[in-house]
Ligand binder design. Sequence first.
Ligand code: ZN
Length: 109
Amino acid sequence: MLILECPYCGIKGEETEFHAGGEAHLKRFGPGSSDEDFETYLFMRENPKGVHLERWRHANGCGKWFHAARCTMTLEVFGTYSAQSFEPPKEIKDILTAKRPGWSWRNFK
Ligand SMILES: [Zn+2]
């Protein structure tokens, strides 16, 4: 069972309390970008067996979007954080480094 905590209102609940929004921290490309960049933005997604950074919406609560760092194999949630951030906060990166040594995602160390 996946248990998430909304970072805005602090409510903890099962995933049915929330709505999944796909991969977090996508780099957006629009008009003027190359076809390859735009195709990557539209269709290419991470599909890891392990740590994944995702967007979630507190659909049955405050309605706000947030990000979650979790493991797709164990459903362990490493933390949730604001959707207005461009990368996971340091405390979540530290947790990921401690619990999954050697883990890296894109350019995050
Ligand atoms: Zn909330």
